[in-house]
Design a protein around this ligand. Structure first.
Ligand code: SF4
Length: 457
């Protein structure tokens, strides 16, 4: 779960534009941020733990001069090596120096690393990509194509080498990447909302397996590797990950989420007094549920928008407050029959605490409606969902989940309903965490599916 941005614009302040692009992609990763710039072929990178606004200030940005820039926001696990995982990564190889920002997860990183132990010193799959590019003796374009050929899994990458901006998507296109223009200057971004923020116009999506290069001589694009037979854009992007004002595969995410809520109300109606979302990602589906059911919409739960991942541990008594540090119910929920709409339930612990909080605030009934099907299987393509045995729905009936979260009733949106709301065919999307049907082989150690090619349902 990361955001990437890139721009080639000799007459603009590319670092500052990248900073603002990353602002629009902050929701895709809040643990670290970084920018790399190329000035006449000389690469400089600045990256650190924290939000974009914590990592950069006026002084640090003004030190990043150049004609090409890339940026990255990252969500990763915390730990002693977390700084080393911040991107863009800079790699000095035998053929060239390269900076990359990577969104996704490779499923063959271990094999690639074992085959190239003399060249690779890191355990990060992103560094494997950077090292492959940096150590290939061919011209840059050939090095990129050869690297793309060797990657399995999810890799949306932006990078700079030899003064050239490049970007590509893996053959399945798991993670999004769009091309825009600021005047004539090319801009690459994970989501269209980043183009909007910097004033760039949307041109098109980068296709699965496509490579684009932008150097002093202009923009060049090619289908570097064969796209997979079926595309596999992550369906989680539609109901949770992407920003609602983003257009994914030509579909505005907010509209898709409203349709999910409308369909949910048709599939699983309930008599109630108020519909309220678990903010913010549940809000569009709650609007749709309210519209389709005629039950009034209420904010109901107020979210503290300034709670972010923090490296400062809360005091024990605050930790016991659980979700109260994030949400607080309004008095109007007292005595009411509530429909609470969320985009997904993975572990169920947050939902359980919210249901309890609403009953404590005097709710008469709490009906939970979820605008996606049960999440039952892990993601190998860059979303840190949970292990299968930590997923509340993986080995449980719907009534078992309802009991565990303490709700009056519980219903999920059907897979068909979700699919219809995206307006994309099943053959264009990855839905593996909902169906256990993976579009690629999956890494070793995952019992049943180990190295078995998946069939798509
Ligand atoms: S497994 Fe789920 S979260 Fe991962 S890419 Fe596929 S749909 Fe997205």
């Amino acid at each position: 779960m990361c955001g990437v941005f890139g721009i080639q614009a000799p007459d603009r302040d590319v670092a500052r534009l990248t900073y603002f692009g990353l602002h629009a992609l902050q929701h895709r990763g809040q643990e670290s941020a970084g920018i790399a710039v190329s000035d006449q072929g000389h690469l400089t990178a600045l990256r650190d733990l924290g939000l974009v606004t914590q990592v950069f200030n006026e002084q640090s940005l003004s030190g990043l001069r150049g004609s090409v820039a890339i940026g990255h926001t990252r969500y990763s696990t915390t730990g002693s090596n977390a700084w080393a995982n911040a991107q863009p990564l800079l790699h000095h190889g035998s053929a060239r120096t390269v900076a990359i920002g990577h969104n996704g997860n490779l499923i063959n990183a271990e094999e690639l690393r074992q085959n190239a132990t003399a060249r690779l010193g890191s355990s990060s799959d992103s560094e494997v990509i950077a090292a492959l590019i940096a150590n290939d003796d061919g011209p840059l374009e050939t090095a990129l194509t050869e690297t793309m050929r060797r990657l399995e899994g999810a890799a949306t990458v932006v990078g700079i080498s030899e003064g050239t901006l490049f970007g590509f998507r893996d053959a399945h296109g798991f993670r999004p990447l769009v091309l825009g223009r600021l005047g004539d200057d090319p801009v690459l971004a994970s989501e269209t909302c980043a183009l909007d923020l910097v004033g760039a116009t949307y041109e098109r999506e980068i296709r699965p397996g496509e490579l684009v290069l932008a150097g002093p001589e202009g923009l060049d694009s090619r289908q570097a590797i064969e796209p997979a037979e079926n595309g596999a854009l992550c369906i989680f992007e539609f109901f949770y990950l992407a920003r609602p004002d983003t257009r994914l595969a030509g579909v505005e995410v907010h509209g898709a989420r409203v349709r999910m809520g409308e369909r949910l109300a048709e599939e699983s109606p309930v008599e109630a007094d108020l519909v309220l979302p678990i903010p913010d990602s549940g809000t569009p589906a709650a609007i749709g549920f309210s519209r389709a059911s005629g039950i009034p919409f209420s904010e109901g739960l107020i979210k503290n928008r300034y709670v972010h991942r923090t490296f400062i541990q809360p005091e024990q008594s605050m930790r016991e407050q659980g979700v109260r540090t994030k949400f607080n119910p309004l008095a109007e929920v007292g005595g009411k029959r509530l429909v609470v709409v969320d985009d997904s339930i993975v572990r169920g612990s947050t939902t359980r605490q919210i249901v309890q909080m609403l009953f404590d605030a005097g709710a008469a009934e709490v009906h939970v409606r979820v605008s996606s099907p049960p999440v039952v299987s892990p993601c190998y393509y860059g979303i840190d969902l949970a292990k299968e045995d930590e997923m509340i729905a993986a080995h449980n009936t719907i009534d078992g989940v309802r009991e565990a979260i303490g709700a009056t009733s519980l219903a999920y949106l059907s897979l068909e309903g979700l699919q219809a709301a995206t307006r994309r065919p099943a053959s264009a999307l990855c839905r593996a965490c909902l169906t256990r049907s993976y579009p690629t082989r999956v890494p070793a150690g995952t019992e049943k599916l180990r190295f078995e090619p998946a069939t798509r349902s």
